[in-house]
Write a protein that binds this ligand. Structure first.
Ligand code: NAP
Length: 282
């Protein structure tokens, strides 16, 4: 039987309605309008599209958004100066520096300069540390969205075998920790893993974040598994996931499509994090 589709767009729309309502309630209660500032360095067309989408999503739910556009050749000190002023600005609850950055700028220095309470991307080591130790924190948006998508199936995470392919700081590692915190038994795989097919075949929950189009086919998937495809790969004029959707959907119990799965949830979790950061100011 063909898998159920986990509709990230529909879930996202529902969550955005709820965020909009909570933003309105916060304004009525205490006059605070959540504010997100995005810093965009240079002229990368893909980054410009991502930033525009974030701005549009903020407008949709009543969050104030501001974009600071900086020249490609800006110095690291100048960029750090902008971050410092945003850290001090009471109307700014969330700061996001769009990656990638030009080579003269060290992204680690930049992330570390953001006030952890305004780090709505959840990349600051303080938030990472809080997440690892199970404390209240701003969680990174894509992994947070992935957990919501898995919960959407209504199937428990507790006690399940979860396999994550990919160990990046923005997806693989944090989502593995979140699955562990949800009581899954987690295996993390990467490019040096041997016997990948066999390991994946044991997964009740398979999260794929590799960045290779259609890499995972039916040989890697257990009957009835929940498969989350994080990959976004441009093939010609099409956006393609890391999972061969047509093949795997014949075997999986639940599967996310690309586009319309993880992607929309990432921006929605950014909105949620900005609201969460603003609520701390009440
Ligand atoms: P990344 O930093 O390039 O990491 C890729 C990971 O995949 C690495 O850990 C790498 O292993 C592993 N890998 C590569 N080839 C492999 C193979 N043949 N077998 C097993 N593991 C392999 O990528 P990322 O930033 O995590 O992103 C992954 C994908 O998700 C990309 O397509 C990206 O565009 C997409 N993405 C989507 C969203 C969204 O909102 N939809 C957000 C973020 C990322 P090593 O560590 O050993 O090199």
């Amino acid at each position: 039987m063909a898998a159920n589709i986990i509709d990230g767009k529909a879930l996202s729309n529902r969550l955005r309605e709820s965020i909009k309502q909570r933003v309105g309630e916060l304004k009525d209660r205490s006059g605070i309008t959540p504010g997100l500032t995005v810093i965009l360095v240079g002229n990368d067309p893909a980054s410009a599209v991502y930033v525009r989408n974030k701005e549009r999503a903020c407008r949709q739910v009543g969050i104030n958004s501001n974009i600071i556009k900086l020249e490609e050749n800006i110095s690291q000190d100048e960029l750090l100066w902008h971050i410092d002023s945003l850290n001090k600005d009471k109307n700014v609850h969330g700061i996001l520096v769009q990656l990638p950055l030009p080579p003269q700028i060290d992204p680690v220095m930049v992330i570390n300069a953001i006030d952890p309470e305004k780090d709505v991307d959840g990349f600051h080591p303080v938030n990472v540390g809080r997440m690892v130790t199970g404390q209240d924190c701003l969680e990174p948006c894509t992994p947070k969205g992935i957990i919501r998508l898995i919960q959407e199936t209504g199937k428990p995470i507790r006690g399940k075998n979860a396999v994550v392919i990919g160990r990046s700081n923005i997806v693989g590692k944090p989502v593995s920790l979140m699955l562990l915190q949800n009581d899954a038994t987690v295996t993390i795989c990467h490019s040096k893993t041997s016997g990948l097919e066999e390991i994946c075949k044991r997964a009740d929950i398979l999260v794929v974040a590799i960045g290779r189009p259609n890499f995972i086919d039916s040989r890697y998937v257990k009957d009835g598994a929940t498969v989350i495809d994080v990959g976004t790969n441009r093939v010609g004029d099409k956006l393609v996931g890391d999972v061969n959707f047509e093949e795997v959907k014949q075997i999986a119990g639940w599967i996310t499509p690309v586009p319309g799965g993880v992607g929309p949830m990432t921006i929605t979790m950014l909105l949620e994090n900005t609201l969460q950061a603003a609520l701390k100011n009440e």
